[in-house]
Design a binder for this molecule. Structure first.
Ligand code: CTP
Length: 404
């Protein structure tokens, strides 16, 4: 992955067992091209050594507010000014409490008070501590102050209990941090415009318990929706079944089958300015949906399939005022197939990406070829959210040259 994002992140580590995951977080942020400096509380250093973070970040670790040597290097005020973002992961219950009342009794809390950079927290603690009204009250104060939180996730905890309180996985935190950094200072090019997307797979029922589907996770579509929202657009996703949370400020209309997606999309397209079809729509559905569970009766089972309507082609033929963008996920002959879909489906632009052999579906990264009638651009492999921002910039440029 190429270094793309020249932003400064202070990663703050407070005391909790999840601190061991922060090593991977720092590594991931550096790999994504950000500049990282680490600040640890005294409790954090009981769980993991500063040396680990010094080696990973390539910079001395900041931990002591009253250390004259450290202050002579990069002092805490300088560090507070250097940061484009402060990401505290893990954020313990104690740290959240101190932050909520504006304490400055160690370097990390002082840094938060002294910086104008956005503060992001990845809470991590025992589920009872998380649910405690005191923590929830502190959380409420922090959210009202504009501090962003990521997680916590639910699941098995280090203490053996099960519930909400686990720190989000490092890869997810890297992804969400990059999203936050990339959308800083974005001009609102799509103010007043409506962007409609399809995303995720479809499910074609066979009987009450079985269905035909595919490997699409919906990540690319949801990332593009976030990028469109951050450019000021009103955004609607017609979404097949995915395990992604609806992005804040984006309308998500949930559907299951290709037929449901077709109906919902054609209706919503009437009010849209840009349509982006990222869904992996099943090309076929069963001719008949069995009302009872199919029982085994011999070695073979023959299912009759019928072809689904092409949502993208139908939308693009329905309206000339709509800027239509298709996707072409291909295992081979990428450019050739993509160009033929561009013409066949009467599109303004097509985004081709290689799939198979660990690429594309259900991955956090992607690589795109963007093709329009008299041009072509390649975006090399990187995080899907970063790609989504770059793709949306190109879509806006093409949209403006088309209708401008
Ligand atoms: N698409 C759609 N409705 C369908 C099939 C595809 O809207 N029933 C859209 C996809 O969301 C994507 C584009 O069409 O934007 C290309 O999808 P793809 O499955 O690659 O193309 P197909 O038309 O199915 O062509 P082929 O099966 O020959 O690859």
């Amino acid at each position: 992955m190429t270094n793309q994002i020249n932003k400064n992140i202070v990663v703050g580590i407070s005391g909790g067992i999840a601190a061991y995951k922060s090593a991977e977080l720092v590594r991931g942020l550096i790999k994504a091209g950000t500049n990282v400096r680490v600040c640890m509380t005294a409790a954090a250093m009981q769980f993991i050594t500063p040396l680990t973070f010094q080696a990973l970040s390539g910079n001395p670790v900041h931990s002591d507010l009253l250390d004259t040597d450290a202050e002579a290097g990069m002092g805490h005020i300088e560090l507070a000014r250097w940061a484009d973002m402060i990401l505290i992961a893990p954020a313990s219950a104690d740290f959240m409490a101190r932050l909520s009342i504006g304490m400055a009794n160690d370097l990390l809390s002082t840094l938060c008070l002294a910086s104008t950079a956005p503060i992001h927290l990845a809470p991590a603690m025992n589920r009872v501590m998380w649910d405690n009204p005191a923590t929830q009250h502190n959380l409420h104060i922090l959210l009202q102050r504009g501090i962003k939180t990521h997680g916590p996730a639910s699941g098995e905890q280090a203490c053996g209990e099960i519930g909400a309180g686990r720190m989000l996985e490092p890869s997810e935190l890297v992804h969400q941090s990059l999203t936050a950094l990339a959308c800083m200072d974005k001009p609102q090019f799509l103010q007043g415009k409506h962007v409609l997307l399809t995303a995720g797979p479809t499910r074609e029922a066979i009987d009450p318990v079985r269905y035909i589907t595919n490997r699409s996770s919906g990540k690319m579509g949801y990332s593009i929706a976030i990028a469109a929202r951050d450019l000021g657009a009103t955004v609607t996703i017609i979404s097949g079944p995915v395990s992604l949370a609806p992005p804040q400020g984006v309308e998500v209309i949930k559907v299951e089958s290709a037929e449901e997606m077709h109906t919902a999309t054609l209706r919503a397209a009437k009010n849209a300015d840009i349509f982006i079809a990222t869904a992996a729509v099943s090309d076929f559905a069963t001719k008949e949906i069995f009302t009872k569970k199919i029982k085994k009766s011999g070695e073979h089972l023959h299912l009759q399939l019928k072809q689904n309507a092409d949502i993208l082609a139908d939308v693009s033929h329905q309206s000339d005022d709509l800027f239509t963008v298709g996707f072409a996920a291909e295992t081979h002959n990428l450019m050739e197939y993509a160009r033929s879909k561009l013409d066949r489906k009467k599109l303004d632009l097509i985004v081709a990406n290689p799939v198979g052999e660990g690429k594309g579906f259900d991955q956090d990264t992607n690589q795109l070829e963007i093709i329009w009638h008299d041009g072509h651009l390649s975006l090399p492999e990187k995080d899907k959210q970063l790609l989504a921002y770059e793709l949306m910039d190109i879509i806006v440029e093409r949209y403006n040259s088309h209708f401008g």
